[in-house]
Ligand binder design. Structure first.
Ligand SMILES: Cc1cc2nc3c(=O)[nH]c(=O)nc-3n(C[C@H](O)[C@H](O)[C@H](O)COP(=O)(O)OP(=O)(O)OC[C@H]3O[C@@H](n4cnc5c(N)ncnc54)[C@H](O)[C@@H]3O)c2cc1C
Length: 552
């Protein structure tokens, strides 16, 4: 039987687009399949904030940040905590990826027209010792144009390849089976879904109107993770993080359903580190949802006071923006699946950013005029103010007694005691008078403000939370928001998938989130952030280049 193409790519998200464009550029024929309609091209990356992990970039250097590959590797390994036999390939991917982030990543993207916002963000700041979790320096480079800005160059290249006949898109094609003949992956089959006009990101129908079967010399699985399937998230939930949360909101669209992971595993692919995942604890219910149970992650600056459901301040170093999984572990240990921020208007104005392209019209729309207002505006950015007004998790009051009363009403219990909350806030407020203090969170603020990027747009001037000049007071109920799958198919550096017998399955490749962003989990247990899009770029590129070379 004749092949329909040289290579089939399952998934038109970022990893699939990168792989497919590399194949087409190498002069091979590629089919890109996606269960969603054309309007969803780019998958999750379109919705993303476009944050990219780069090491020793010109943007960092201009801001006085001294970074190096050694420092980045130290941070990556301290964060990943690789400790398993199956971490062999993930570790190799981690080393190769940090070298990519310190090397050609920026120039490769730049040559395609990609640009970064000049102020580098400081995510996952850690707070343990130098070998522990976290970024020693700011490394989170936001794409000018956010998610759409990272998809754009690859979509453009893919459409050019489609115009010259090397790339064929087949939307509404849902792969249900992967064919492996005599140990070689050689095709896929599945259902053709009815056409859809739903807007990007909304759930589309699963009504089947036909079937298909396609053959090629190689198949690349780039179908994303499991984050949109809460049953799978709960099934794979690691005991080290306690019980899975009862209530979760959704950080990804429904198409991140994890089905193709099961299908690839059934065809022989070796899935490793399935218990490693990356979920946020600062999730808020979107008052204007796109996908079901749509939640937004607050990217918090360092000043908000963080309380568990019973009103106890989270211990050091679990401050906003320090250690996502440390916070998740701690919160699940309280027996409740939510927690609280208490902050002031001055803090929300400077420190709240919301992750997602649609929540950042200034950066997404590449408007300098609007972006500059982040530093000069009286209020918070408009999308944050909208959440303050309409968001189900936001409470705004002029005094603490009213605030705590409203927090208890929202939670539907009386766990929070005014006296206890007040005592903790007043104690922290007494530490504000001097620049030398013992409260580790306040110390952190002084450290953060030594970085010009934080001083400009990310860290409010230290002030007393109960100072009415900085009011009103704001409380935010924070929910758990599943997002990323850190484990995946075990792959070598060419993105070739290993089988259950530890041998490479000829013709089978995996990239992006389905491959744990490379190797079956290049992050290990945790991430330094901005590493997911980059993992799709790197593993998609490796898969595309290797598959193009391998096919005759
Ligand atoms: C709101 C948001 C903000 C984010 N911000 C950042 C950030 O700032 N920095 C960062 O590094 N990362 C960020 N991420 C994460 C990052 O966007 C994703 O990890 C990444 O885009 C995943 O890309 P992918 O190509 O692997 O998978 P996906 O984007 O999930 O694409 C997979 C595609 O495969 C299709 N598919 C699945 N199964 C099948 C099947 N059986 N048949 C046919 N098609 C199938 C799906 O429909 C989908 O289109 C963010 C994510 C979100 C949602």
């Amino acid at each position: 039987m004749a092949d329909d193409a040289d290579v089939i790519v399952v998934g038109a998200g970022l990893a699939g687009l990168v792989a497919a464009t590399e194949i087409a550029d190498a002069g091979k024929r590629v089919i890109v399949l996606d269960q969603e309609g054309e309007q969803s091209l780019g998958g999750q990356a379109f919705w993303s904030f476009g944050g990219l992990f780069l090491v020793d970039s010109p943007e960092q250097r201009r801001l006085g940040i001294k970074d190096s590959i050694d420092l980045a590797l130290q941070d990556w390994m301290g964060t990943a905590g690789f400790d398993r036999d199956e971490d062999h390939w993930p570790r190799k991917w981690a080393e190769a990826y940090v070298a990519f982030a310190a090397g050609e990543k920026r120039a490769w993207l730049r040559a395609m027209g990609h640009r970064n916002f000049p102020i580098v963000g400081w995510a996952e700041r850690g707070g343990y010792d130098a070998m522990g979790h976290g970024n020693s320096v700011p490394r989170f480079h936001v794409t000018w144009g956010t998610g759409p800005g990272i998809v754009e160059p690859f979509e453009r290249r893919a459409r050019e390849a489609a115009n010259n006949g090397r790339l064929t898109f087949k939307f509404r094609h849902r792969v249900d089976a992967l064919s492996v003949t005599n140990g070689t992956a050689d095709g896929v089959s599945g259902a053709i879904l009815e056409p859809t006009t739903v807007e990007r990101g909304k759930s589309s129908s699963r009504t089947v109107i036909g079937d298909f079967s396609l053959r090629a010399q190689a198949v690349i699985v780039a179908s994303g993770g499991i984050g949109g399937n809460h049953d799978l998230v709960r099934q794979n939930w690691p005991t080290r993080l306690g019980q899975p949360p009862k209530f979760m909101i959704a950080g990804v669209p429904e198409h991140v359903d994890g089905r193709m992971i099961g299908i690839t595993e059934a065809a022989g692919g070796r899935l490793i580190n399935r218990d490693r995942m990356w979920h946020y604890v600062e999730g808020i219910q979107n008052w204007n949802p796109i996908w079901p149970r749509h939640g937004i992650r607050i990217l918090p600056g360092p000043s908000s006071l963080w309380f568990d459901a019973t009103g106890k301040r989270l211990p050091a170093p679990l401050f906003p923006g320090s250690d996502t999984l440390g916070q998740l572990h701690h919160i699940m240990g309280t027996g409740y699946d939510y927690s609280w921020f208490i902050l002031t208007q001055s803090i929300i104005k400077k420190e709240f950013a919301l992750s997602g392209s649609e929540q950042n019209p200034d950066l997404t729309g590449k408007s300098w005029r609007m972006t500059i207002k982040r530093a000069t505006n009286k209020g918070a950015p408009a999308p944050v103010e909208a959440f303050k007004r309409h968001g189900a998790d936001f409470i705004v009051r002029d005094n603490l007694a009213d605030l705590v009363g409203a927090m208890n009403s929202l939670a539907g219990n009386d766990l929070l005691k005014l006296d206890r909350i007040k005592a903790q806030i007043e104690a922290r407020d007494r530490e504000i008078a001097n620049p030398f203090v013992k409260d580790a969170q306040v110390m952190n603020l002084h450290n953060a403000r030594r970085y010009i990027g934080d001083r400009l747009i990310r860290t409010a001037k230290p002030h007393r939370i109960l100072d009415p000049e900085h009011g009103p007071l704001i409380a935010v109920k924070l929910n758990i928001l599943p997002r990323k799958t850190l484990g995946g198919f075990e792959t070598d550096l060419d993105s070739r998938v290993f089988g259950h017998d530890h041998q490479i399955i000829r013709g089978l490749y995996a990239a992006g989130e389905a491959a744990g962003f490379g190797g079956g989990g290049m992050h290990g247990y945790r991430s330094l952030e901005g590493t997911f899009l980059g993992g799709c770029l790197f593993s998609g590129r490796n898969a595309g280049r290797a598959a193009a070379k391998a096919v005759g």
